[in-house]
Design a protein around this ligand. Sequence first.
Ligand code: NAD
Ligand code: GLY
Length: 370
Amino acid sequence: MARMKTLTVDLGERSYPIYIDTRILGKSDLLTRHIPGKQVLVVTNDTVAPLYLEKTLESLSAFDNDAIILPDGEEYKTMATTQLIFDKLLANRFNRTATLIALGGGVIGDITGFAAACYQRGINFIQIPTTLLAQVDSSVGGKTGVNHPLGKNMIGAFHQPQCVIADTDTLNTLDDRQLSAGIAEVIKYGMINDYEFFLWLEENIKSLLARDTEALAYAIECSCQNKARVVAADEREGGQRALLNLGHTFGHAIETGTGYGTWLHGEAVASGMYMAANLSARHGWMSSEDLERIKDILQKSRLPTFAPEEVSTDEFIKHMSVDKKVLAGKLRFILMKGIGKSFITEDIQHNLLIDMLNEMPRCNSQVLDK
Ligand code: NAD
Ligand code: GLY
C-alpha cells in the first residue's frame, strides 16, 4: 500500500504539514498532535455533518469537544454565519488555547479560518478539507474570509492552519459537478507554471473524472506542492502569489454577478481561465493551438467555457473593478505567454478586453445544474 504523503508549507515557525492519504479522517494521533489546549470546536455544515462529523468527534474524545453545524452554501459564507461561531465560542467559554477544526469544503474552511483569525485576536485552527477543491487549494495557504454582497472574499485575514488533513476517501461522496469544480483548480496549476503537470492532466483527465484513487492522489499532491511553493515564497501576495488567481478576476465577477452559489467557484474559475487564455491569444501572447488545448481539457472536465447571459460586458467591468488585484484604479490581469507561462500585467488593450467579453458565448446559468 502507498505510504501517506506529507508535504510541508515552509513558513518558518508557522510551517505546517499537509497529510494526504486514504483513511486518515478519524485517525486520532494524526489530529491530536496539532491540538495544544483542551478545548476543540468542530465547524461543519448540514451536508458534511451526517457523513463525517461522528468519526471526527470520536477521534477527539480526549478533549472538551463540541461541534457547530452551519447551513450549507456559498450564500452563507457571510459575516452573519461567522457570528454564529463567535456566539458558540463565547457561550461555551472557549479561551485563547482553543482550536477550531474546519470539516468541509472551501466555504467551511474559509469561514472557520476567519473566525479563528478573529476570535480573541487569533486562535489555532486545523483544516480537514472534504472537497477536491479544498484539498488542492483553499485549505492550503492561510487565506480566510467571507463574501460581501458587493464583492467576493472582500472581508478576511491571512491566518495559517496548524495542519491540513486531506483524506481522499471523502471524495467518494462528492457529486460529479463538485468533482469537476475541483478539477478546474487542479488544471489551474498546470496553466500557471507547470507544463509537465498540464501534459499529465491531458493524458489522465478520464482517470480523474472516474475518481481513480492513484490519479487523484497524484493530482492532489502535485497541486499542493505547487501551492505550498508559491505560498512559502510570497505568503501575503506581495508578488507572485497573485498568479494563483488565474481566472479569478473574471470568475469572481461571474460569482458576484449571478448571485453567490449559482455558479460553483470552480466553474467560475474555469470560465475565467478560458477568458484569460482568450485575452492572451488576442494580444498575440498565446497561440491558437494552446487556446484550443485549454478549451478542450476544460470541456472534457465538464467545465464551462462560456459566460453567464445574466452578466453583461458592462457588469463584468463593474464587478472586476472591485477585485482585490486592482491597484491605483488599474485592473490587473493574470495572463499567459503559453500554457505554463503565466504573468501579471496591467498593460492590456482595453478594446481587446471588451471584444473578448462581447464575443464570449453566453448561456443561461441553469445549464450548469443539469
Ligand atoms: P463548498 O465548500 O461549498 O463545497 C461544495 C459542496 O460539497 C457543498 O455543498 C458541501 O457541503 C459539499 N461537500 C463537502 N464535502 C463533501 C463530501 N465529502 N461529500 C459530499 N458533499 C460534500 O465549495 P468548495 O468548492 O469546496 O469551495 C469553494 C469555496 O472555497 C469558495 O467560497 C471559494 O471562494 C473558496 N476558495 C478559497 C481559497 C483560499 O485560498 N482560501 C481558494 C479557492 C477557493
Ligand atoms: N486561491 C488563491 C490563493 O490562495 O492565493
